[in-house]
Design a binder for this molecule. Structure first.
Ligand code: GLN
Length: 321
């Protein structure tokens, strides 16, 4: 039995209200001082389906910074500009089970190729290999990809950027290790600048749902009939999101939500739900989901966001398994 969009929207609204209580199980990231001022209790979601149906719930209009969700965009940009094998020579695609900013594996073997592009080590390497001869050109290449996906050129939150730069000691340490190992194309300072700027790009849950939908459709935009990403790159990216996108909680997330996703410490989560076989469930042709709730758990994932996605996935059978 198909559900109308109206029914789905009402249900989603109800689920958001039910899940707001889980915001108290997390805390806003404080190591980036500017993120401390987010509304701890906010929870917002947007789902966009294959036929363009869109539903929203909760605080869905808040603008927040992408943080680690931007790692998906830089990875795809480098893959598109330089090829998949070139990119994978510079970052592997193996999950670590370590926190996102861990330096441990760069020290175990020297020089060490970063384990995957969804943790900071891999993402700083990827940022340095964005196409272009200068840091400005490299960052512009990343914005070009986002502009294609969103239909607008997004802005950078300068306050978040400068605030993080002052306290980015772990990221600088990672970048120095990577530079010493030959895994940066530019200078440490430039790589950090590009990486932190990409983390400070501003989006809404609707933006995340849009990108998630294109990934769900293997790089194809179902509403404009345009291919925005090559199939192999969309597929590779979804595999990396599923195995590494939620950091050291990726296994549990795959088990209980079961859709390729990427989180950021600002509290955003971007999910791509590919088409599924159960025709009687909403969004069975695939959808993109954006979630925002700034209180994050120990792994750095939105506490209420993960719980809400788990609930939606259970009710509407979103798991790819
Ligand atoms: N800018 C953050 C950092 O480098 C991004 C991390 C994240 O979102 N998990 O620490």
């Amino acid at each position: 039995e198909f559900e109308t969009c109206g029914e789905c929207a009402a249900r989603l609204h109800h689920w958001v209200e039910q899940h707001k209580k889980y915001t108290s199980e997390g805390k806003c990231a404080e190591y980036i001082p500017a993120l401390r001022y987010a509304n701890q209790e906010a929870l917002g979601v947007c789902i966009i389906g294959y036929d363009g149906e869109i539903i929203k719930g909760g605080e869905a209009d808040i603008v927040f910074t992408m943080q680690s969700i931007s790692k998906v965009i830089s990875f795809m940009t480098v893959c598109m500009a330089r090829g998949i094998s070139y990119t994978l020579e510079r970052t592997d695609v193996e999950p670590t089970g370590d926190p996102y900013n861990s330096i441990m594996r760069l020290e175990l073997k020297k020089p060490a190729r970063p384990f995957n592009p969804m943790i900071n080590a891999g993402a700083i390497t990827v940022a340095s290999f964005l196409p272009g001869g200068t840091k400005e050109e490299k960052f512009a290449a990343l914005l070009d990809t986002l502009e294609k996906l969103l239909g607008r050129r997004p802005t950078v939150n300068e306050k978040v950027y400068t605030s993080e730069k002052k306290t980015a000691h772990y990221n600088f340490a990672l970048a120095h290790f990577l530079k010493a190992g030959g895994y940066l194309e530019c200078e440490v300072e430039d790589a950090i600048e590009i990486y932190l700027k990409q983390c400070a790009i501003e989006v809404t849950v609707e933006d995340l749902a849009k990108i998630g939908l294109v990934l769900a459709c293997d790089g194809f935009h179902p509403l404009t009939n345009k291919r925005l990403l090559p199939l192999e790159i969309a597929r590779l990216t979804k595999a990396v999101m599923l195995t590494c996108g939620m950091y050291n909680a990726s296994g549990k997330f795959a088990a209980f939500v079961g859709a390729p996703s990427k989180s950021g410490v600002s509290g955003g989560i971007m999910t791509a739900v590919p088409p599924r076989q159960h025709k009687a469930t909403p969004f069975h042709n695939g959808c993109g989901i954006g979630v925002y709730s700034p209180a994050i758990d120990e792994a750095g994932n939105s506490a209420a966001g993960v719980k809400l996605l788990q609930h939606i996935s259970t009710k509407w059978e979103l798991s790819v398994f």
